[in-house]
Design a protein around this ligand. Sequence first.
Ligand SMILES: *[C@@H]1O[C@H](CO)[C@@H](O)[C@H](O)[C@H]1NC(C)=O
Ligand SMILES: *[C@@H]1O[C@H](CO)[C@@H](O)[C@H](O)[C@H]1NC(C)=O
Ligand SMILES: *[C@@H]1O[C@H](CO)[C@@H](O)[C@H](O)[C@H]1NC(C)=O
Ligand SMILES: *[C@@H]1O[C@H](CO)[C@@H](O)[C@H](O)[C@H]1NC(C)=O
Ligand SMILES: *[C@@H]1O[C@H](CO)[C@@H](O)[C@H](O)[C@H]1NC(C)=O
Ligand SMILES: *[C@@H]1O[C@H](CO)[C@@H](O)[C@H](O)[C@H]1NC(C)=O
Ligand SMILES: *[C@@H]1O[C@H](CO)[C@@H](O)[C@H](O)[C@H]1NC(C)=O
Length: 417
Amino acid sequence: MHKRREFQLPALVPVLLVVVTMLSAQANGHNVTKLLASHPSLSTFNHYLSLTHLAELINSRTTITVLALDNSAMSSLLSSNPTISTVRNILSLHVLLDYFGAKKLHQITNGTALAATLFQASGTAPGSSGFVNITDLQGGKVGFGPEENDGKLGIFFVKSVEEVPYNISIIEVSGVIPSDVAAAPTPGPSQVNLTDIMSAHGCKFFADTLLNNSDAMKTYQDNVEGGVTVFCPLDDPFKQFLPKYNNLSAAGKVSFLEFYAVPMYLSMAMLKANNGLMNTLATDGANKYDFTVQNDGEQVTLKTKLNTVRITGTLFDEQPLAIYSTDKVLLPKELFKADAPTPAPAPAPDTAADSPKASKGKSKSKSVPATADSPADSPDGDVADQTADSKNSGSRFGVARYAMVILLSFWVCHLLH
Ligand SMILES: *[C@@H]1O[C@H](CO)[C@@H](O)[C@H](O)[C@H]1NC(C)=O
Ligand SMILES: *[C@@H]1O[C@H](CO)[C@@H](O)[C@H](O)[C@H]1NC(C)=O
Ligand SMILES: *[C@@H]1O[C@H](CO)[C@@H](O)[C@H](O)[C@H]1NC(C)=O
Ligand SMILES: *[C@@H]1O[C@H](CO)[C@@H](O)[C@H](O)[C@H]1NC(C)=O
Ligand SMILES: *[C@@H]1O[C@H](CO)[C@@H](O)[C@H](O)[C@H]1NC(C)=O
Ligand SMILES: *[C@@H]1O[C@H](CO)[C@@H](O)[C@H](O)[C@H]1NC(C)=O
Ligand SMILES: *[C@@H]1O[C@H](CO)[C@@H](O)[C@H](O)[C@H]1NC(C)=O
C-alpha cells in the first residue's frame, strides 16, 4: 500500500490564489453590479439584475450593452406585481448582445440596426420577439423599440452610464421597451413541472421514480410554493442504486424520495454561506432524515453518517425553487446500515418509518429572508443560462473552473514533491 502524500497547504495557498485569481479574471472582466453601484438613480434596476440572476449572465459575457432603467421606470415596471420570472424576461430584453457605446449608437450604419438580446438567447422568446430595433432619429436622438414596432420607437437614449470598450456598455434609456411577449405572465413555481426539469437535465431515473410514487410526489408539490430545494442524484449512480431502492418497504420508499428535498429555497450562494444540518421533506419527529451541508473550498457537499456527495450542477434556480444534481446517491442513515461496505451499503427495509406523516416540511423550515438571496457574482446560476445558453453558462463554467483549480493544485502538489 502507498503511503498518502500530505499536501503542504501553506505552501500551496499563494499558488492557488494566483490560479484562482487568473481564472476569475478571465471569467469576470467586468462586474455589472459594481459598475451600477455608483449610480443611485439606477439602484432598483441593479437590485433586480441580481435578484433575477441576470447579473451573473451579463458578467459571463463580453461585447454586451445593458439598457438601464431609472428608479421611476422600474417602479412602473413593478407596479403590476409581475412574477420574478416575468421581470427577468422583461429585463433580459434590455441586454443587447453587441457593444453599443454612445458613439457607435449615433453612427449606426444606414441609421438602423436590429440587436439580439439575452431574452432572445434565453430561448423563451418566440420568433423575432427577442430583437431590439435601434434607429438614429432626427436631431441626434436614438430610438429603441421591439422589432415589430409599427413605425414607433418610443424609448430613447438618455445618457451613457459606464463604458468598458468593448466588453460592456451601460446606457440609460427613457423607459421599458414594450414587449407583450416578454411581459407575458410566466408560470409561477407551482406550475413548473419539477420532474420534467429533472428528466431533461440528467436526473431522469430519479424523476421517473418520484413520478411513480404518488405520496412522495404529493409532498414535493405541496411544498414547492413555500420554497423547496431538491438534490437529485444523476442517472448513472441512481440507475445502479435502483435495486436497493426497490428493496425498501413502501413507507421506506416514500421517506427515501422525500429525503432529497429541503423545505426551503437555497441558492448556490446561500448553500455556500450556510453550512450545517438540514431537515428534509422526510423529517418527521424521531425520523430525522437530515444531512449536513458542508463546503469543501468552493465545492458544496452533502453528508450523512454513511456517505458524502457533491453538487455537480444547477438544474433550476428561481425562487422559491432550486434543483441541483449530485454525483452519487446520498444515503439516509435511517434506511441503510452504517457498517456496510461503503460504496454499496445494504438496505434495511424494515427500519423504515411506517407511521403516516401528517404535516411536514414547511413547518420546520427556517425562514430565509428573500433579500439574503443571490449575490450577483455567484458563479452558479440559473436555468435559462444552462438550458439555452450553455456555452456561457456561469454554472458550468464555475464547475469547470473549480475542476481546473483542483487539477492544477494536484499538479502543483505533484511538482512540489
Ligand atoms: C474585457 O474582457 C476580457 C475577456 O474577458 C478581459 O480579459 C479584459 O480584461 C476585459 N477588459 C476590461 C477593460 O475589463
Ligand atoms: C461585484 O460587485 C459587487 C458589488 O460591489 C460585489 O459584492 C461582488 O462581490 C462583485 N462580484 C465579483 C464577481 O467580483
Ligand atoms: C446599408 O444600405 C445599403 C443600401 O441600401 C445596403 O446595400 C447595405 O447592405 C446596408 N448596410 C447594412 C449594414 O445594413
Ligand atoms: C426599425 O424600425 C424602424 C421604424 O419602424 C424601421 O423603419 C426600420 O427599418 C427598422 N430597422 C430594422 C433594422 O429593422
Ligand atoms: C409533469 O410532467 C409529467 C410528464 O412529463 C406528468 O406525468 C406529470 O403529471 C406532470 N406533473 C405535473 C405536476 O403537472
Ligand atoms: C411503479 O410502482 C409500482 C408499485 O407502486 C411498481 O410495481 C412498478 O414496478 C413501478 N414502476 C417503475 C418504473 O418504477
Ligand atoms: C434486498 O433485501 C434482501 C433481504 O434483506 C437481501 O438479501 C438482498 O441482498 C437485497 N438486495 C439488494 C439489491 O440490496
